[in-house]
Structure formats: C-alpha cells, structure tokens
Design a protein around this ligand. Structure first.
Ligand code: GTP
Ligand code: MG
Length: 310
C-alpha cells in the first residue's frame, strides 16, 4: 500500500515525463537554450493542460531568469519552474476554516462529490468538529444509501428524503438541523448534473438560493472536478461558475491523470482556491492542497530520483 504522496506522484507521472523531458533537453550535450527550446517547453506545458496563457507567462519568466544567469543548472531551473507553478494558485478561502459554516458540493456526474462528502465528514469528526450531512441528491436511487455508508463510517447523521423529493427542501432541513444542534458544519451533497442541462442547472441554482437564504452561517459552494477529464473539466468549471459563483474547488482523481496541469488552468480561470485534492478511493484519500507540494509532484523533486512509481 503506497502513501498518498506516492499515489499523487504516480498519478502525475505522465505529465511529469513530458515536462521534465524538455527540462533535461535544456542541459543536454550541445543543446542551445534558444527560442526553439522555450517553444518546446511551452508546448509541453500546454500539452499537460496548463492552458496557453499560464504556459506563456511561466516560460517568459523562466526565460528571463535564465538570461540573467540566475539559473545555473537543471536543478535550479526545475526549482524555479516549481515556484512559478505554485505561484499560480490562490490559497486563501478554505470554507472548512469557518465555524459554523454551510458547504454545498456541486459538479457533473461521477466527479467524486459523495465520496468527498464522506471523506470530509470523517476529517471533521477526527478534528473534533460536529457535522450534519444532507443528501440533496434525491435523483439517483442509491445516492442516499451511498452517503449513509460513508456517514456510518464517520459516525455522523444524514438528513434525507425520499427519491424525487425537492433537493432544496433537503438542503433547507440540513441547515435547520445543523443550526438547531449547534453543529460546526452543514455539508450538503447534490446530484451530479451536466452543465449543458438547463433544467437541472436551474434546480441547482434553487438549492443554492434556498441554502443561502436559510443559512445564518457563511455559505460556500464548492465545485468538485475530476482531474482526469482534462479540458472538459475547464469547461465545467466555467459553466458552473457562471451560474453559481463557485467559492472553492476540490480536484479529485489526481492519482490517475496524465494532465495534472489542468489544476492550474482551472484555478486560474475561476480565481478561487483548490481546497482539497482526491488521491484515491479510501476515506483518508482527500488531502489539503499545498501548491508547492503539488507543483513539485508535477515536476519531480530535483535529485530525489524517485520517479519510478508509475
Ligand atoms: N481514484 C480515485 N477515485 C475516486 C476519487 N474520488 C472519487 N473516486 C471514485 O469515483 C467514483 C464516483 O464517486 P462518487 O463520489 O460517487 O461521485 P459523485 O460525484 O457523487 O457521482 P454522482 O452523484 O453520480 O454525480 C467512485 O467510484 C469513487 O470511488 C479519487 O480521488 N481517486
Ligand atoms: Mg453522488
């Protein structure tokens, strides 16, 4: 059983191969650090889904530092790129720092919302916080049962209704119950839906509106994105954000993506923090997001030589 760091590192191995391949070229025998090198690095960053603008900006900064002689060797260049990638992320604004707080998890189908609710519940309990879960996924038959299993593992209660009930009413009741019990966190799971489905998006907007109106505590909308979906994840982020003004992101399945750069593209696009990352299916596999740690995993720690995990 590998550690979560190893899983993250293994998941990002393909992105890393492309990027470090270019960096190695930089110091290969007889290679000139010229425009074509920077073009190739830019292409590698774009291929890893960093996005055009971010790639251009980072390579421009790297080019400037190499020019001034600030980066004498491969390790220095790699470390500089790690810093540049890390600097692309905002870190302030983790909803779970607040108490009391109301958090709504949204996203397209199968991104890992319910699993993340379960993992977050366990973490809250481990930290000695009280939490009430709400299953506002009244659409999928097994959704409430799935959440029940996670809730049982975490030892917390779930507010739920029969299938087909109004999800906004479940959200309302969850907030009410959390307030009544003086809970630290009201955490609400919603049904997955495509951003291209107007009816379902309107329904979600109502869930958010009702939740905000009912909640005296600050209310955060957290978008859950499956990192393996690459550019489509960026489109999802854009569309959900347009309608709901997303406050934070959870990026799941980073243990299995070839395009880790998408984290940069999405966080940049929305200008909101990634507050957790999913690196596996187990209850412990939702970790705080550390920009520097993530960037280092994406490029491989210089000199560590432990890239063999893939
Ligand atoms: N490898 C991996 N699998 C994950 C991760 N997070 C979730 N999963 C898996 O993804 C699948 C879908 O997870 P769910 O939590 O049911 O997704 P959901 O967003 O609630 O799905 P819907 O409610 O149908 O929209 C499950 O098999 C999870 O175990 C992760 O970080 N890594
Ligand atoms: Mg679900």
């Amino acid at each position: 059983m590998s550690s979560w760091r190893e899983r993250l590192s293994a998941g990002l191995a393909k992105s890393r191969e492309r990027l470090t391949g270019q960096l190695n070229v930089l110091f290969g025998a007889g290679v000139e650090v010229d425009d074509s090198f920077y073009d190739a690095l830019e292409e590698a960053l774009i291929a890893a889904d960093f996005g055009y603008e971010a790639a251009l900006k980072m390579v421009g900064q790297l080019r400037e530092r190499v020019r001034t002689g600030a980066l004498p060797d491969l390790a220095a260049v790699r470390a500089a790129l790690v810093d540049l990638i890390a600097a692309e992320f905002t870190t302030a604004g983790d909803p779970f720092q607040f108490s009391p707080v109301t958090v709504l998890l949204v996203g397209v189908n199968g991104t890992g919302k319910t699993t993340s609710v379960g993992k977050l519940a366990k973490q809250a309990v481990d930290e000695g916080k009280s939490i009430v879960l709400g299953s506002a996924d009244t659409f999928r038959a097994a959704a409430a049962e799935q959440l029940d299993i996670w809730a049982e593992r975490a030892g917390v209660d779930v507010v739920r209704r029969d299938r087909g009930a109004d999800p906004a009413s479940v959200a309302f009741e969850t907030v009410e119950r959390a307030e009544r019990e003086g809970a630290d966190i009201a955490l609400i799971d919603t049904a997955g839906r495509l951003h291209t489905s107007p009816d379902l998006m309107r329904e979600l907007e109502k869930v958010q509106r009702v939740t905000r109106e009912r909640s005296a505590a600050p209310t955060f909308t957290v978008l859950v994105i499956d990192a393996t979906t690459g550019q489509n994840g960026l489109v999802q982020a854009r569309e959900f954000n347009k309608l709901l003004a997303v406050d934070a992101l959870i990026l799941t399945k980073l243990d299995g993506t070839a395009k880790g750069g998408i984290a940069v593209a999405i966080a940049r696009e929305l200008g909101v923090p990634i507050v957790r990352i999913g690196v596996g299916e187990g209850i412990e596999d939702l970790r705080p997001f550390d920009p520097h740690e993530f960037a280092a995993a994406l490029l491989g720690d210089a000199g560590s030589g432990s890239d063999a995990a893939a």
